[in-house]
Ligand binder design. Structure first.
Ligand code: ADP
Ligand code: MG
Length: 345
């Protein structure tokens, strides 16, 4: 009979790489984490530059608070964060980050460099990281206040993942979607995205507004048909705000930008129900554009579902979806009536 194989503990580096690959599945996941870090650091200007769909280079520069020089040595270790101390804090968390996993993860599957300057330092410092560890003391360098995170050769040590990814063009498309959505939601912050060495593909101004940014990014055909949507329900403890297209507009594909407590998330259930509301009004097989921001008591939202934090579940999900859908239906009906009235006049 064949004897069993000996059981051995995996190498620490292998464990970390596997875990990192689960959190960062493609360049756009890494970028989402980096954008959220920049927003957490109160940046008003976020500039992103990309080479080869983010696989060769993914760089994000912000003008936020920066990272202290004496934090450079631990910033890329796993579970180091300036945002969470106790488990109980999870229920009232107001920042995007809280796990202290993003930078650590990236450093296990890419070459990561941090350049940062805080307001009380006279120059910036730069440090590079491999597998969570700072390679040599941070070096002084000229630089503006804020942080530049440079991610090079993503998945260089994960051959299979790299091969499984789509073309650089498709990865760039996903990156562009993430930037677009955050730019629309955070209209007070100026965003830009470009392929390195080329002109900006996306550029939103400082202190803009949602509709203006939708116009800049998705075009006037959508922007001119937007109606403002809001609804509130104290009993269920939530508030919804957003802009949705009226029944004059339709598209082959539904565009759904959903933020729950300012995190970009997916909620298939809500998406389907909203699409269904429009089905009554739009031609067959056509769909709306919907940007919606839901806010609820942080303790109602389970943000701890998965490290990628895409999937968010919340208390009374069915009832909340129902309430949003009902309010939307009323709103659309109203705008539809006024359109009929308008055409007749
Ligand atoms: P988390 O965001 O969950 O705390 P990260 O690994 O994403 O974990 O970041 C670790 C820490 O590094 C953050 O808590 C923050 O203190 C610091 N940091 C990361 N990115 C930035 C940035 N762009 N500006 C300022 N500080 C940053
Ligand atoms: Mg983070």
């Amino acid at each position: 009979m064949e004897l069993p194989q000996n059981i051995k503990k995996l190498d620490e580096a292998v464990i970390n790489r596997i875990a990192a690959g689960e959190i960062i599945q493609r360049p756009s996941n890494a970028l989402k984490e980096l954008i959220e870090n920049s927003l957490d650091a109160k940046s008003t200007n976020i500039q992103i530059s990309v080479k080869n769909g983010g696989l060769k280079l993914l760089q994000i520069q912000d003008n936020g608070t920066g990272i202290r020089k004496d934090n450079f040595d631990i910033v890329c270790e796993r579970f180091t964060t300036s945002k969470l101390e106790k488990f109980e804090d999870l229920s009232s968390i107001a920042t995007y980050g809280f796990r202290g996993e993003a930078l650590a993860s990236i450093s296990h599957i890419a070459h990561l460099t941090i350049t940062s300057k805080t307001s009380d330092e006279i120059c910036a410092y730069v440090g590079s990281y491999i597998d969570g560890k700072l390679q040599g003391p941070p070096k002084p360098i000229a630089g503006n206040q804020g942080t530049i995170i440079t991610v090079e050769d993503l998945f260089y040590n994960m051959f299979v993942r790299k091969k499984a990814l789509r073309s650089p063009a498709e990865e760039y498309q996903k990156i562009s979607e993430v930037v677009s959505k955050y730019a629309i939601h955070n209209a007070n912050v100026s965003f830009s995205l470009k392929k390195s060495g080329e002109n900006n593909d996306i550029r939103t101004p400082l202190n803009s507004n949602h509709v203006e940014n939708i116009r800049i990014i998705y075009g006037n055909l959508i922007a001119r048909e937007l109606i403002q949507f809001s609804c509130e329900n104290d009993a269920l403890g939530f508030k919804a705000n957003g802009f949705v297209t009226n029944v004059n507009y339709s598209s082959k594909k539904m565009m759904f930008l959903l933020f729950i407590n300012h995190r970009l998330v997916d909620c298939q259930n809500l998406k389907k129900c909203i699409d269904l509301v429009y089905a009554t009004y739009l031609p067959k097989n056509s769909h709306p554009f919907v940007y919606m921001s839901l806010e609820m008591n942080p303790s109602y939202v389970d943000v701890n579902v998965h490290p990628t934090k895409h999937e968010v579940h919340f208390l009374n999900e069915e009832q909340v979806v129902e309430a949003v859908v009902t309010a939307l239906e009323t709103k659309l009906l109203g705008s539809n009536n006024s359109r009929v009235f308008y055409t007749q006049a």
